[in-house]
Design a protein around this ligand. Structure first.
Ligand code: HEM
Ligand code: NAG
Ligand code: NAG
Ligand code: NAG
Length: 332
């Protein structure tokens, strides 16, 4: 009798384990019957956009990251402000920085015309990320799909959950760990800084007044400082862009890590992965010495990131316009 009860409890535990709240239930075949060409539709729009904006793929993967870290991968970042929505776009990590929203709109329009009401905005960001990495020469992976879109935004969450370039490695590691991501994930996902740009305001202090010393960050390669000063010509230049990976600006490769080894990380948060004595240093070394090791880890980590608290089943909705919840704010 006692043992029967034990078996029953174990069985209940398994059932709860399988169907428990927050458990990702995404699948690579989710749209196989409802929107079989979803990947190529997204790819075509991203490719088209890349012809006039070499940076767009990088911008799109960053949107996926900034979406997933705030209440899970639910497309919340894409909502515009209304009387009831405080858009995450106006949070500090996003304002005048997160970009690519019109291309997300174009992707949504293309999908609505072929499979109306089927593909979520959250999934668009996940697919666009994979497409962007592949177009830039990086690894491919099967994107897990089936996320639904949230109906709320969380600006305060965007302000507190998203790391800044001066947050310090221990704080950044904590922010990742709050999302269920470990130190290897921090290093692998930071490798997305192998493409795209950053504005001077995010690293200017390292050139002119690091840590209020009135001098450069002494950990930074001096030729690199000279070249950066050529672009960010003074300490109040906020918006000039510099390549996150100047060796292969638009390519997805492991040069991000070899740059760190030669003290050419652009952001303080980049360089700290290699300059603060700790668990991240050997991981940087392994990615720098083997691109395939980096690619394998990156794929593993971005899938993990994409699994952060998705809405599935009948939760949330499939937005028809990524900027607005369905039925909300009807225009007259
Ligand atoms: C580890 C902590 C991270 C910090 C502190 C950080 C910070 C930043 C900052 C400050 C920028 C420049 C934004 C601008 O100039 O407007 C940037 C750009 C970028 N970030 Fe991160 N980031 C981090 C992690 C990530 C992750 C996990 C990803 C994706 C998986 C990512 C992808 C990118 C990309 C691709 C760009 C270039 C975007 C563009 O050109 O539009 N970052 N990041
Ligand atoms: C880490 O975060 C805490 C709390 O916000 C802050 O006081 C501290 O200065 C941060 N450390 C670094 C290195 O940014
Ligand atoms: C910044 O300056 C403070 C005080 O001089 C020092 O304790 C700290 O280690 C410095 N931080 C860095 C990153 O150099
Ligand atoms: C700083 O640099 C920016 C961008 O190059 C320029 O527009 C601005 O005039 C400069 N400011 C000063 C004080 O030199």
């Amino acid at each position: 009798m006692g043992s029967n009860k034990g078996v029953g409890l174990v069985f209940l535990g398994l059932v709860v384990g399988f169907f428990g709240v927050g458990r990702a239930q995404l699948s690579a075949t989710f749209y196989d019957t409802t929107c079989p060409n979803v990947i190529s539709i997204v790819r075509n729009v991203v490719q088209q956009a890349a012809q006039s904006d070499a940076r767009i793929g990088a911008s799109l993967i960053r949107l996926h990251f900034h979406d997933c870290f705030v209440d899970g991968c639910d497309g919340s970042l894409l909502l515009d402000s209304t009387s009831t929505i405080d858009s995450e776009k106006d949070a500090f990590p996003n304002q005048a920085s997160a970009r690519g929203f019109p291309v997300v709109d174009d992707i949504k329009t293309a999908l609505e015309s072929q499979c109306s009401g089927v593909v979520s905005c959250a999934d668009i960001l996940a697919i666009a990320s994979e497409v962007a990495v592949v177009l830039a020469g990086g690894p491919e992976w099967s994107v897990l799909l089936g996320r639904r879109d949230g109906t709320t935004a969380n600006r305060a969450g965007a302000n507190s959950n998203l790391p800044g370039p001066r947050d310090g490695l221990s704080n950044i590691t904590r922010m990742f760990s709050n999302q269920g991501l470990d130190t290897t994930d921090v290093v692998a996902l930071s490798g997305a800084h192998t493409f795209g740009r950053a504005q001077c305001q995010f690293f200017n202090d390292r050139l002119y007044n690091f840590n209020s010393t009135g001098a450069q960050d002494s950990s930074m390669d001096s030729a690199y400082v000279t070249s950066l000063r050529g672009s960010c010509t003074n300490s109040t230049d906020d918006t000039t862009l510099f390549d996150l990976d100047p060796t292969t600006a638009d390519g997805f490769d492991n040069n991000y890590y070899t740059n760190l080894q030669s003290n050419r990380g652009l952001l303080q948060s980049d360089q700290e992965l290699f300059s603060i004595d700790g668990a991240t240093v050997p991981i940087v070394q392994s990615f720098a010495s083997s691109q395939s090791t980096f690619f394998d880890s990156f794929v593993n980590s971005i899938i993990k990131m994409g699994n952060i608290s998705p809405l599935t089943g009948t939760s949330g909705e499939i937005r028809s316009n990524c900027r607005r919840v369905n039925g909300g704010q009807i225009q007259k």
